[in-house]
Write a protein that binds this ligand. Structure first.
Ligand code: SF4
Ligand code: MG
Length: 457
């Protein structure tokens, strides 16, 4: 998912809309915006792309100088309008809206506890749990109520809250999910990724620190550092696949990291080929790094239909298969008779790679050597990236040789975890500020049995 917030701009909802457009790659299942003019709150949300949800002038009804927004892909809870965000509750001190990127590991426990206390839930998403915790905290200020709620929740989250008078943004204590802060005129903006700031002409100030809470109100910006600083565990998969290449996360530019991953891949896992091609869009940076390092020419052997949403983000397997076919085509004049080195950022279920190798062979490729710019994805993510259960992860079931056969490649190699960390400048054995749990199985938080079972199906 992607979150956005703005405080102190006369057209807050419009700014949010454009910010969210830049974050649309983070989720295409639902979108929503809540704005406030200091007295009332105005919301609109629905299923689909932003441009679908706000097709009929709904944006003009969202008045005021502060707003938050969300683009959704479902990791927890089903894809229904009830689960679209922002979600809003009426508390004894006014309205409170909230949007969430990430996934809590103890939402189930908290939900049962809240229900016993009489809370009524409208959705199946774990986001509502946070909102109920805030609403019932009963402290003096909204910030204190939010801080109280945060003391109960565990997992990965970037949260934005809106009241009639304040915008509040929070990043989880490990920094699993990204969140950054910018300046727009006299106001402030927060967004999942910095690319949103460039789109709207805001100035990037900094990343929100892990565990930090930032509150913006009529008196300006206040920051509340984490009470118990822990180690950092930023999601590497944001860099590998999820984020946009023009974003910077925690000081690393995503494109530069991907390119470096491609270089390291060429150094440690070379392949004999005539051309290097990347799977658009997320693997182009890594493919260009591989080509530069290996001296094998970079070519455009695959063309993407820009008007098809990311295949992964369609939840049902049947739809995903069709999605791959609609999405990519091979350029025959480029690949015909060639030994192709195919760079992809990850193999999750294996459907995409298998189909792409097949496309390339149908277009005349003589050999297809697949190189993956990340380690085998073997464990499910509990922090908001991947929805697939362990049984669907091809690397959880098969060895690299078996996967190679399954996707019908001539050879297949992945980066190791050490090589992955090299791209960020870390040496073997060094303590790293990253989560690599989907590769290593070493989760940076407790993982509750129930959450585990939900992912193991
Ligand atoms: Fe990111 Fe993987 Fe950690 Fe999930 S498990 S937060 S995808 S690195
Ligand atoms: Mg891809």
């Amino acid at each position: 998912c992607g979150v956005f917030g703005v405080f102190g701009h006369p057209r807050a909802a419009q700014v949010t809309y454009y910010g969210l457009l830049a974050l649309q790659h983070r989720g295409q299942e639902a979108a929503g915006i809540t704005a406030t003019d200091g007295e009332r709150m105005y919301s609109h949300k629905g299923l689909g792309l932003l441009s679908d949800v706000f097709r009929d002038g709904q944006l003009d009804t969202l008045q005021g100088s502060a707003a938050i927004g969300h683009v959704r892909y479902s990791t927890a809870g089903s894809n229904t309008v009830q689960n679209a965000q922002p979600i809003t509750v009426l508390t004894h001190r006014g309205n409170l809206a909230m949007a969430h990127n990430g996934n809590l590991v103890n939402a189930g426990d908290l939900r049962r506890w809240l229900e016993k206390q009489g809370s009524l839930f409208q959705s199946t998403s774990d986001t509502e749990v946070v909102l109920h915790l805030v609403a019932r905290a009963g402290r003096d200020t909204v910030v204190e109520n939010i801080q109280n709620a945060l003391s109960f929740i565990k997992g990965g989250y970037a949260l934005v809250f809106l009241t009639e008078h304040q915008l509040v943004a929070v990043r989880d204590p490990l920094g699993l999910r990204p969140l950054c802060l910018g300046r727009l005129g006299d106001g402030y903006v927060v967004a999942s990724e910095s690319c949103a700031f460039e789109t709207i002409g805001a100035e990037f100030l900094r990343d929100v620190e892990p565990g930090e809470l930032i509150a913006v109100g009529p008196d300006g910006l206040q920051t509340f550092p984490p009470t118990h600083p822990t180690r950092r565990a930023m999601c590497t998969f944001e860099h590998i696949y999820f984020a946009r290449p023009d974003s910077d996360i925690d000081g690393w530019n995503v494109h530069a990291v991907r390119k470096q991953l491609g270089r390291i891949l060429a150094q440690h896992h070379p392949a004999e080929g005539d051309i290097v091609i990347g799977v658009p869009d997320s693997s182009i940076s890594a493919a260009s790094g591989f080509a530069e390092e290996s001296g094998i020419p970079f070519e455009m052997g695959l063309v993407k239909n820009k008007y098809i949403a990311r295949t992964f983000i369609q939840p049902a397997q049947e739809l995903r298969d069709i999605g791959v076919r609609l999405k990519l085509n091979a350029v025959r004049s480029v690949v015909d008779g060639k030994r192709v080195v195919l760079i992809d950022d990850s193999i999750v279920r294996g459907t995409t790679s298998r189909r792409i190798v097949q496309l390339l062979r149908e277009a005349g490729a003589r050999e297809v050597h697949v190189r993956i710019s990340s380690p085998p994805y073997r464990y499910t993510c509990h922090y908001g990236i991947d929805t697939s259960s362990k049984g669907q992860l091809i690397a959880a079931r098969m060895s690299v040789e078996e996967i190679c056969r399954e996707i019908d490649a001539d050879s297949l190699e992945y980066l190791t975890q050490t090589e992955l960390m090299q791209a960020f400048g870390f040496r073997e054995g060094e303590r790293v500020p990253f989560c690599n749990a989907c590769f290593s199985g070493q989760y940076p938080t407790e993982v509750y049995e129930e959450d585990k079972r939900a992912h193991e199906r």
